[in-house]
Design a protein around this ligand. Structure first.
Ligand SMILES: NC(=O)c1ccc[n+]([C@@H]2O[C@H](COP(=O)([O-])OP(=O)(O)OC[C@H]3O[C@@H](n4cnc5c(N)ncnc54)[C@H](O)[C@@H]3O)[C@@H](O)[C@H]2O)c1
Length: 342
């Protein structure tokens, strides 16, 4: 599991371990945490390091790969596309090479709704037009196409899961969302309600939606874990490459999310209304029919209140100290021992 020390990866490690798999994480800790890997083996390494990948695959007799490792911040991808192409596209090329060299034939790839770009406001199916609006989305679409070509040419079984908005935390409170910088709505709203973090801005309340704010499709991260298990089991039966949306098929507005955070914490989320951000579509919602039909996957934990309650529990709990190896982040000017309390 490349990137298994990150947010979605660490929850999927737990899901796999609970289901009887033996996960092995390879992560360079550029944004993940060693302490998030509680249920599997951990190897400190980079996906661009071909010999490290080959060694892990041989040493642990790897059967399948789940590929989470990626740079993910959309805004950063606009100012440093070089880093995103190097890590996301270069890293995926190196991973495919190592899999071929080691005879590993099954891959589940973390893709994203960002491959669709703006959409047209209706629920997005896998065949909706692909038109990313950021270098981040471009790199993810490039990875999908590279994986599809390799799968066809070299007989691999691969699935790209296009996640919409991952949210929430493991109900046990031991692992959760710990991005730095945090750009996701729910943790930022929780911070604002607790009087921590930056002032909270709603970017636009004049969209053509019922309350004027953007609608997004939130999936609990525990449900994402079970989607990966279903994808591992289905890979191979669907063809060399398949792309499948992982979403709920309904959107929650920014104001609805704020109200859920206020319910969970019993206090207001102070916020201001700002201008729209460039490139923010009004509505991004999945059509999850294929996930239901092809993966037999249904979400169990993705009600908005459960998502927010588990995110709050994680934020109020002990959390963990995140020690990031920023030597692999050349654009981040901070001391290597910088620690962020989560
Ligand atoms: N969080 C979301 O809502 C969301 C939505 C759609 C898609 N995704 C995709 O899901 C995946 C995981 O996202 P996340 O939110 O868990 O992000 P994250 O930043 O928490 O996790 C990414 C992990 O990859 C590791 N990593 C980065 N570059 C690496 C490299 N070169 N070598 C080895 N490890 C490396 C990081 O240290 C981190 O542990 C990403 O591929 C992302 O594009 C996330």
């Amino acid at each position: 599991m490349t990137g298994g020390a990150g947010y979605i990866g660490s929850h999927t490690v737990k899901a796999l371990s609970d289901a009887g798999y033996r996960p092995v994480v390879l992560d360079n800790l550029s944004s993940g945490s060693r302490q998030a890997v509680r249920w599997g083996e951990f190897v400190h390494g980079d996906i661009r390091d071909l010999s490290a990948l080959r060694e892990v695959m041989t040493t642990f007799n790897i059967d399948s790969v789940i590929h989470f490792a990626s740079l993910i911040e959309v805004g950063r991808s606009i100012v440093r596309p070089d880093l995103f192409y190097d890590c996301n596209v270069g890293g995926t090329a190196s991973l495919l090479r190592a899999m071929a060299d080691s005879g590993v034939g099954r891959l589940v790839f973390s893709s994203t709704a960002a491959v669709y770009g703006h959409g047209d406001g209706s629920a997005l199916t896998e065949t909706s037009p692909k038109d990313p609006v950021s270098p981040y989305g471009d790199t993810k679409l490039a990875c999908e196409r590279m994986i599809a070509a390799h799968a066809k040419a070299f007989g691999l079984s691969t699935i790209a899961l296009r996640y919409f908005n991952a949210a929430g935390a493991d109900p046990g409170g031991l692992i959760g969302e710990a991005h730095d910088p945090e750009t996701h709505l729910i943790p930022l709203a929780i911070e604002a309600a607790l009087g921590l973090g930056k002032p909270f801005t709603v970017f636009g309340a004049d969209f053509g939606t019922p309350d004027g704010t953007c609608l997004r499709d939130y999936v609990h991260v525990t449900d994402l874990g079970s989607a990966h298990i279903a994808a591992l089991q289905a890979a191979g039966s669907l063809g060399p490459f398949d792309a499948i949306n992982v979403g709920m098929g309904r959107g929650w507005s920014v104001f609805e999310v704020i109200a859920a955070v206020e319910r969970a914490l019993g206090r207001p989320v102070p916020h201001q209304i700002g201008p729209r951000r460039e490139g923010d579509p009004a509505i991004l919602v999945a059509d999850p029919s294929r996930a239901r039909e092809q993966l037999r996957w249904t979400a169990q934990y993705s009600s908005l209140d459960h998502i927010v309650e588990t995110a709050v529990r994680w934020r109020l709990g002990a959390g963990y100290k995140v020690t990031r190896d920023i030597s692999s982040r050349p654009d981040v000017q901070r001391p290597v021992d910088d620690q962020v309390s989560i």
